[in-house]
Design a protein around this ligand. Structure first.
Ligand code: XLS
Ligand code: CA
Ligand code: CA
Length: 440
């Protein structure tokens, strides 16, 4: 089979002193960090939509790069995309991929025809996976692109549209199971609203929960053993999206009895759109036992929309990997590069440069996070800051031994307590983090 990128060979690890831009400086797949190889810790995935389909189109202009893969018919292009994707994954040592159903195979005249042609592509992917050992991290359904979903899919005011979405998601789940996917993602693309003047929010949310229960039950009945994820995002495309952030989603899951079935797929750029740090979203997920997978990218704080840039901010990657290691590492999840090269980075080489930049940044992040933990200064500072909860009245409160009267008596006897406080030492801690980062 002829190559799509004949000028690019397998990207080697050459170490930090290499000046070869088509090499890894930090991502050394077989190097062991925190008890596992980098390959096992980081579990990188290629996103089919950006890498295989995104041609640089934006609101102000058409595409700048050719993603037709040399084919004009949609059926042939879908197969060529598979070959090109597996070549990219092989050359970059990426073991996983993620897709929306319509990234793999577009819509045709009817749902039945779309399903049949989708089957041809997933059959081909199954063969490619068997031949190469590459795996599906997660699948999802694109229930936000077609005009029928203009008012939402699982939250549409139209029962007919709702049924179409259920049928489409059922098929996407079947494809995920067929390809041995580790996960299935729900991202509520247009599940939200523009104005409450036309919206029955409570019915929409009840219906979304009904859909999720139906899909979970069906997926388990056909043998899906992986994770279901919800991917929070506060806005874009709708003004208000129901899956605003991790805390909001947890409230939804608990209200509807779905909390045992779902974990989070946290995207960095969605966290910042919700006015949170990436680390905050990961921490909320970890603390609530719903940490699952990550969409690795970054936004631009000066632009403030969902720019889906490749992650190169090592500071954020380090704090992300700190949360991942503290959560015990990935199980079914991984780091999916939901990211695209900038519109002006339009050559085939830019695909490789952008993945190398993201993978090296996360390799650095992993090493720094491991060092943060083995160094121990930050963790022990935090433990010490809360030490009043390990003895005396603090320990009694936690053990349920101090009631409100006992606490009042303690406070009255103690008098003013401002002297019990110690400095938060934020600047010292930020300097320690810099010290750890730059003495790798
Ligand atoms: C869009 C989302 C989307 C999900 C999958 O903002 O990030 O790509 O990851 O539907
Ligand atoms: Ca995403
Ligand atoms: Ca995004």
């Amino acid at each position: 089979m002829s190559e799509f990128f004949p000028n690019i060979g397998k990207i080697p690890y050459e170490g930090k002193n290499s000046t070869n831009p088509l090499s890894f400086k930090y991502y050394n797949p077989d190097e062991v960090v925190n008890g596992k190889t980098m390959r096992e810790q980081l579990k990188f995935a290629l996103s089919w939509w950006h890498t295989m389909g995104g041609d640089g189109t934006d609101m102000f202009g058409c595409g700048t790069t050719d993603k037709t893969w040399g084919k004009t018919s949609p059926e042939e292009r879908a197969i060529a995309k598979c070959d090109a994707a597996f070549e990219i994954m092989d050359k970059l040592s990426i073991d996983y991929y993620c897709f929306h159903d319509r990234d793999l195979s577009p819509e045709y005249g009817s749902l039945a025809e779309s399903n049949a042609k989708f089957d041809v592509v997933t059959d081909y992917l199954k063969e490619k996976q068997a031949a190469t050992g590459k795996k599906l991290l997660w699948g999802t359904a694109k229930c936000f692109d077609h005009p029928r979903y203009m008012h939402g899919a699982g939250t549409s005011p139209s029962a007919d549209v709702y049924c179409y979405a259920v049928a489409q998601i059922k098929k996407a789940v079947e494809a995920t199971v067929k390809l041995g996917g580790n996960g299935y993602v729900f991202w509520g693309g247009r599940e939200g609203y523009e104005t409450l003047l036309n919206t029955n929010m409570s019915l929409e949310l009840d219906n979304m929960a009904r859909l999720m229960h139906m899909i979970v039950d069906y997926a388990r009945s056909i043998g899906f053993k992986g994770d279901f994820y919800i991917e929070p995002k506060p806005k874009e495309p709708t003004k208000h999206q129901y899956d605003f952030d991790t805390a909001t989603v947890i409230g939804f899951l608990r209200k509807y009895g779905l909390d045992k079935d779902f974990k989070m797929n946290i995207e960095a750029n969605h966290a910042t759109l919700a006015m949170h740090t990436f680390q905050h979203e990961l921490r909320v997920a970890r603390d609530n036992g719903v940490f699952g997978s990550i969409d690795a990218n970054q936004g631009d704080t000066l632009l403030g929309w969902d720019t889906d840039q490749f992650p190169t901010n090592v500071y954020d990657c380090a704090l992300c990997m700190y949360e991942v290691l503290k959560a015990g590492g990935f199980t079914n999840g991984g780091l999916n590069f939901d990211a695209k090269a900038r519109r002006g980075s339009f050559t085939p080489e830019d695909i490789f440069h952008s993945y190398i930049a993201g993978m090296d940044s996360f390799a650095l992040g992993l090493k720094i996070a491991d060092k943060m933990i083995s160094d121990g200064r930050i963790d022990s500072f935090v433990a010490d800051r809360y030490s009043s909860w390990t003895t005396g009245i603090g320990a009694d409160i936690i053990a349920g031994k101090a009631d409100i009267a006992a606490i009042e008596k303690y406070a009255l006897e103690k008098g003013e307590v401002v002297d019990s406080l110690s400095s938060g030492r934020q600047e010292m801690l930020e300097a320690i983090l810099n010290n750890i980062m730059f003495s790798l």
